[in-house]
Design a protein around this ligand. Structure first.
Ligand code: ATP
Ligand code: MG
Length: 445
């Protein structure tokens, strides 16, 4: 993308009402614009990041064998009356009445709708196991929407639902989700720690939240520091293997890690003192096993191998896709701006032309721009007539992980400069070498 033709409405002033870094930076970098309290338009730069995150979530869900579909945002209240949640959900639910005086609502989650789809089409254990998911906008009329996209009223969530014949199979689905979530967050360059949690209005026996440690997180967390050494990495895992998935769950959940809702001082005291940590965290996902909580009242039963019908065992599993944009920035920024992990960067490489209008500089930039694109990369070329300082400041704010700086002086010696946004380290090399290096850096991404 050529910056002169892009829509990147950068703010000069730091917005005074934004309390945390990610909110400030998203506004300053022209990623979002508030439409009304807790509701945002995603401007082109923000939208690109959101799409990158969605893409990773889709890939990892499908790798685990989960099937994408798309349910609507507006739901009928009748389904929620069947489960009993229409009254229970309270003020957070945005209730709508249509022209025929029917009660509708903007979905805060989708257990009822997916259970209705399931009961209409699945009758036999032979069609199980089944996990369906979508990535769709949700609305929760939060008491205090704040911190930008971190706690919005309208937000994008991946929510998935597993259907299994037995509790044992459903717990395997739970474990499989835990594994796939570990992979998903790590691919984004984030460490999200599974912590024992409380089940809240979704209800359930077994639940873990995934938390990214950050001072600005809304949850208080207590954990054994050993847990931060665990990495899932790129292990090959058979998602159908109950044992393999259970082993990963045990590895990642055997050490003490809880949010304030389930924190137990006596248990925590058993962790050696030097490893006890209290910190804050951002909840970026949660998995639940809740058995027959919805299938029973809604009559979602299947015929088992013994010829009897029984309610299907379910769980639901969410990833806060739009909140992740904020969480990623909280974990990756400095006072100059955002530092995107390579996997989610809106543009991977920034090209700064120090002397727009200079024949050699323009030609070299053009060559790099085309060369990067032909290597499948997505560069942002600052081709504006601006001072070098302003161009650097824009690139630092927007957070491209790599920058190529091109100027007449370097070109006289046949070199451009490749700079890492994260380390600030620069290296001079020929334009061709810079192209190869960039292709190499992003080969595995
Ligand atoms: P919270 O405790 O933060 O209110 P929750 O536990 O009610 O969240 P879930 O029902 O578990 O949320 O939803 C799954 C994921 O959706 C959460 O882990 C979070 O990442 C994200 N999420 C929930 N509420 C919001 C919100 N208001 N704005 C942005 N993301 C949200
Ligand atoms: Mg939650």
């Amino acid at each position: 993308m050529r910056l002169s033709r892009y829509f990147l409405p950068i703010l000069k002033e730091t917005p005074s009402d934004a309390q945390i870094a990610s909110h400030r930076l998203m506004l300053r970098a022209g990623m979002i614009r508030q439409a009304s309290a807790g509701i945002y338009s995603w401007l082109p730069l923000g939208y690109k990041v959101l799409r990158r995150i969605e893409q990773i979530v889709h890939e990892e869900q499908q790798r685990a064998g989960h099937i994408p579909l798309l349910m609507p945002t507006i739901q009928s209240a009748d389904l929620w009356r069947e489960s009993g949640r229409y009254d229970d959900y309270g003020q957070e639910m945005l209730r709508i009445r249509d022209r025929h005086d029917r009660d509708m609502l903007y979905g805060p989650t989708n257990e009822e709708l997916i259970t209705d789809i399931f009961r209409s089409h699945v009758q036999s254990y032979k069609d199980l196991p089944l996990t369906l998911y979508h990535i769709q906008w949700k609305f929760r009329d939060e008491v205090r929407p704040r911190f930008g996209v971190m706690r919005g009223r309208e937000f994008l969530m991946k929510d998935g639902y597993n259907f299994d014949l037995t509790k044992e199979d459903a717990l395997h689905s739970y474990n499989r989700h835990l594994v796939s979530y570990l992979r998903t967050y790590e691919r984004m360059g984030l460490q999200a720690i599974p912590m024992r949690a409380d089940s809240g209005p979704i209800g359930g026996d077994d639940t873990h939240e995934f938390l990214v440690l950050a001072d600005t997180g809304e949850s208080e967390v207590f954990y054994d520091s050993q847990i931060t050494d665990l990495k899932f990495g790129d292990r090959a895992i058979d998602y159908d293997s109950h044992d393999a998935c259970r082993a990963v769950l045990e590895e990642f959940t055997s050490r003490y890690a809880r949010t304030d809702e389930t924190h137990d001082e006596a248990e925590f005291a058993k962790v050696p003192e030097e490893r006890r940590r209290t910190a804050r965290g951002i909840e970026v996902g949660q998995i639940f096993y809740f058995g027959t909580k919805y299938s029973e009242p809604m009559g979602a039963t299947v015929l088992g191998p013994d010829g009897t019908r029984s309610p299907v065992h379910m769980g639901s599993h969410g990833i806060g896709v739009s909140r992740l944009v904020g969480a990623l920035i909280e974990a990756n920024h400095d006072d100059k701006g955002i530092i995107w992990p390579e996997e989610v960067a809106p543009f991977q490489i920034g090209i700064v032309n120090l002397k727009q209008g200079d024949t050699d500089a323009d030609a070299a930039c053009e060559g790099l721009y085309q060369g990067l694109k032909s290597r499948g990369l997505d560069p942002l070329y600052d081709d504006r007539e601006e001072r070098a300082g302003a161009k650097f400041a824009t690139m630092d704010l927007v957070g491209c992980p790599w920058r190529i700086t091109v100027g007449p002086r370097g070109l006289k010696n046949g070199v451009v400069e490749l700079t890492s946004r994260r380390t600030g380290e620069s290296e001079e090399m020929s334009p061709e070498a810079a192209l190869d290096r960039c292709a190499q850096i992003f080969a595995g991404v």
